[in-house]
Design a protein around this ligand. Sequence first.
Ligand SMILES: Cc1ncc(COP(=O)(O)O)c(C=O)c1O
Length: 401
Amino acid sequence: MFETLDTLTPESILGLLAAFRADPAPGKIDLGVGVYRNEQGITPVMKAVRLAEQAVYADQDSKSYLGPMGNDAFNTSICNLVLGAGHAALAAARARAFQSPGGCGALRLGAELIRKAGSAGTVVHVSDPTWANHVPLLTGAGIRIASYPYYDAATGEVRFQAMMDYIDALSPGAVVLLHGSCHNPTGADLSPAQWQLLVDVLARRQLVPFVDFAYQGLGVGVEADALGARLVAEKLPEALIALSCSKNFGLYRERVGALIVVSQDAAQLEAAMSHLRAISRGIYSMPPDHGAAVVARILGDASLAEVWRNELSQMQARMRTLRVDLTRALRQACPDRDFSAIERQHGMFSLLNLSPAAVDHLRETHHIYMPQNGRINVAGLDPNAIAVLSAAIAALPSALR
Ligand SMILES: Cc1ncc(COP(=O)(O)O)c(C=O)c1O
């Protein structure tokens, strides 16, 4: 049977990683990978996670099945973290979390639920550009994708009016995928005022937001980053929020996330949950527990939660400092170009507005690795990488600038 299969070329980011590993150059720099790194270039196990893991191991007396919705304590505490304890949708019992294998699992669950609830060929409108993995996650569930204008490469800002015009013309029931914070790949986020205006249009046009929320706490802060998710859950009858604990708890390989469903009322919420149970049973049956148990333990213990919040805010502050330092270095090295948006953007990623040929040149000549779209992981930088990258961009041959 396998003779019918052609070997696929590796997904571009995985191909990039393989090329980086194979490069023997001692000073090579990896700005492609999508994980947080500290000053030592390590993706650490967070302190609160280590402590919570010890407590989980000490207490756990069974590994028996939990069920398709996963860990109840996790689902409750993650709703409180994302929406804020006492949020109106929680008080009205019209919002609930369904644990998933990571944020990708939550996005796929949401896509499957949209397809079940909508007519065949349902369209989800995503930002231009959006995270590359949105495409297989959505289309794999039978969803079609359309793009709304989002990013202005010349200014590094959101094309907010163009985005609003597009969304204002959608038909009732259309689903709009939004990045809750730290837009991937651009780092260009909506301001609080823009979120308010957007939510007004979503409500007026009876649209359904699908918020991808993978970076809570890594943009501005845990509460500020949740503004969009909280607003849609408050002002709209229906919404989906796909969240990930990969980055903000550093639990990447443990696969922890959840789909929060916001519904008109408790009865419709239960109907949606029953479908999610059937969907998860048909794909992977149940999510893995360990990471969710760790997150539940952290969020359920005031002192552990404080340790976690402090470490997360140090990570956020480090990326902010790197953004300031990179912008300054680029301003000095390339006074003829405007890189100031990097400083205003949020989270792990920014686009350098380089041509694919320039990206190839940086890799081949300077051993600096980034995907073809010029996306850099700010957390992959350090003072040396900032100096090398700025000098390399300044030295680009004029044909490639
Ligand atoms: C925008 C976005 N959404 C969702 C995810 C999901 O991540 P995971 O499935 O590892 O939790 C990521 C991870 O890189 C992401 O960047």
